[in-house]
Design a protein around this ligand. Structure first.
Ligand SMILES: *Cc1c(COP(=O)(O)O)cnc(C)c1O
Length: 411
C-alpha cells in the first residue's frame, strides 16, 4: 500500500525490526490503540503469571513466599530491569509507591542536600501532580522555599545560584516537547543546583541516559509505556554518588538497614533501598515484572527510530488530510517524545467519536487531542488506518452528536 505521498507502508512494516514484539501483547480486535502513553496494553505474559502468583505463591506458600518466591527482593529486581531501560546502573533504581509520592521523596531529599538554597525551578509544561507535590512539600517544610514556574523555553536562562533543584518532566504530557536532559543537567550543575527528571512519558518510549546525563534524581510511571497495568508501581532513581548522603524523608521500615531487626530507631539502608517506605504491592510488582520482559533485548535506539517513523507518518498524514487540526507538538521529531498532539476546538467530542470507532487516544483540556505511539505493538498500517478514520470523522463532522459532547470523569 502506498500513501498519497508515495510512502510504501507494506515495506516499512515488513522491514520493521520490532514487528515480532506485537505478538507479546493482547490488543482487542477492532482497536487501534494510541494511548499507550497513558495506560499501556496488557502483555500476554501477565495474566498467566499473575494467576500463578495468586494461586501458588499467595495461595499455597503464604507468608513463606517472601523468601521462597523472592517477594522481598521484587522492588530491587524490577528496579534493575527498569534501570536498563532508562540508562541507569543496576542498584540505582527501585520500584516503589506512585510517581506523585516519589516526587515528594526525591524533592525532599534533594532540598536537604542544598539547605542554603530556596528555589525549586520547574516549568508550566510539567504535569500538575509534580507541581502540587512541590507546593505541599514547600508548605510542610515552612522554610521559605519558592516554587518558580517558568515557560519550558525559559528554564535554561532561569537557572542561577539561587536554585536548589531543577525539577522537570522530560517529555511534556500535553505536547510531547522533549527537554534536553544532558544540557539542562550540565547547566544546573554548573550553577550548583541538583536535577530531578520525571520520566513518565520517556521511560520505555525513547532512549534515556540518566547516568550519562549526570542526572541526580528521577521518577517515572510503571503503567504508561512500561505496560505494568493500572496503578502499577512507579520507580525512583538516585545517582550512585548520592547514595551515602541522601536523607530519605519518609522513613518506613522497608527503607531500614535491617527491617527484621525491629530496632526502635531508624537507620537508613545502604544504597537505593533507603528510599523505600512500606510493604510493596507484590501482585502489582509481579505484573510489572512480567510486562517488562517485552523490553528484553530491545535496542532503545531501534525503538526510537520506529517511534519517529510512526509519529512522523501520523503527523504528515493528519496535517495533510485535516487542516482544521492544528499541530500542538514540535514539528521536529528530534525534540518530540513518542506522541503527537493537535488542537481542535471540539477536541473532546472528536476524541469520543474516534474512540467509538476504535481509535483510542485521549483528550487534555482545553482543546488537545493526544495520540501516543508505542513502537512495540503498533505498525505503520495501524497509523494509516487511524488516519483514515480521523479524516472521515473530521470531514463529516461525525463528532457533533450529543453523546460525544457529554463529559466523563476521566478524559
Ligand atoms: C502520568 C504522570 C504522573 C502520574 O503520577 P501518579 O502518581 O502515578 O498518578 C506524574 N507525572 C507525570 C509527568 C505524568 O505524566
Amino acid at each position: 500500500m502506498l500513501t498519497r505521498t508515495g510512502v510504501d507502508i507494506d515495506t516499512l512494516d515488513r522491514d520493521d525490526p520490532l514487528k515480532a514484539r506485537r505478538e507479546l501483547f493482547s490488543i482487542p480486535r477492532g482497536v487501534i490503540y494510541l494511548d499507550g502513553n497513558s495506560l499501556g496494553v496488557l502483555p500476554r505474559a501477565v495474566p498467566e503469571r499473575l494467576a500463578e502468583a495468586v494461586r501458588i505463591e499467595w495461595g499455597e506458600s503464604l507468608i513463606r513466599a517472601w523468601n521462597a518466591h523472592g517477594w522481598i527482593d521484587l522492588p530491587q529486581r524490577v528496579g534493575d530491569r527498569i534501570a536498563r531501560i532508562v540508562g541507569a546502573a543496576p542498584g540505582t533504581v527501585t520500584a516503589s509507591d506512585s510517581t506523585s509520592v516519589n516526587v515528594f521523596k526525591v524533592l525532599a531529599a534533594a532540598l536537604a542536600l542544598r539547605p542554603e538554597r530556596k528555589v525549586i525551578l520547574s516549568d508550566n509544561g510539567n504535569f500538575p501532580t509534580d507541581l502540587y507535590m512541590a507546593q505541599g512539600l514547600r508548605d510542610l517544610l515552612g522554610r521559605g522555599h519558592e516554587l518558580k514556574i517558568v515557560d519550558p523555553e525559559a528554564v535554561e536562562d532561569a537557572i542561577d545560584e539561587s536554585v536548589a533543584v531543577v525539577m522537570l518532566t522530560q517529555v511534556d504530557y500535553k505536547t510531547g516537547r522533549l527537554h534536553d536532559m544532558a544540557g539542562l543537567t550540565a547547566k544546573a550543575h554548573a550553577a550548583g543546583a541538583l536535577t530531578i527528571w520525571d520520566l513518565a512519558h520517556s521511560a520505555g518510549a525513547l532512549p534515556v541516559e540518566l547516568d550519562a546525563a549526570g542526572a541526580d534524581f528521577a521518577v517515572g510511571c510503571g503503567y504508561k509505556y512500561l505496560n505494568g497495568g493500572p496503578g502499577a508501581p512507579a520507580f525512583l532513581y538516585v545517582a550512585a554518588r548520592h547514595h551515602d548522603t541522601v536523607t530519605p524523608p519518609l522513613t518506613g521500615w522497608m527503607g531500614h538497614e535491617a527491617p527484621f531487626a525491629f530496632d526502635l530507631d531508624f537507620r537508613a539502608d545502604t544504597g537505593i533501598g533507603r528510599m523505600r517506605v512500606g510493604t510493596p504491592p507484590i501482585l502489582s510488582l509481579i505484573a510489572l515484572e512480567a510486562a517488562l520482559a517485552a523490553f528484553d533485548g530491545v535496542d532503545m535506539q531501534v525503538l526510537r527510530a520506529k517511534s519517529i517513523s510512526l509519529s512522523e507518518l501520523f503527523r504528515e498524514e493528519v496535517e495533510r488530510r485535516c487542516p482544521d487540526l492544528v499541530l500542538a507538538s514540535p514539528r521536529d521529531p528530534q525534540v518530540r517524545g513518542s506522541q503527537v498532539s493537535f488542537r481542535f476546538e471540539h477536541g473532546y467530542a472528536l476524541m469520543q467519536a474516534l474512540i467509538a470507532r476504535g481509535v483510542i487516544g485521549d483528550f487534555r483540556a482545553p482543546d488537545i487531542v493526544r495520540f501516543g505511539f508505542t513502537p512495540l505493538y503498533l505498525s505503520h498500517a495501524d497509523v494509516i488506518a487511524a488516519c483514515d478514520i480521523i479524516e472521515e470523522i473530521v470531514a463529516t463532522r461525525a463528532w457533533d452528536r450529543p453523546e460525544f459532547h457529554k463529559r466523563a470523569k476521566v478524559t
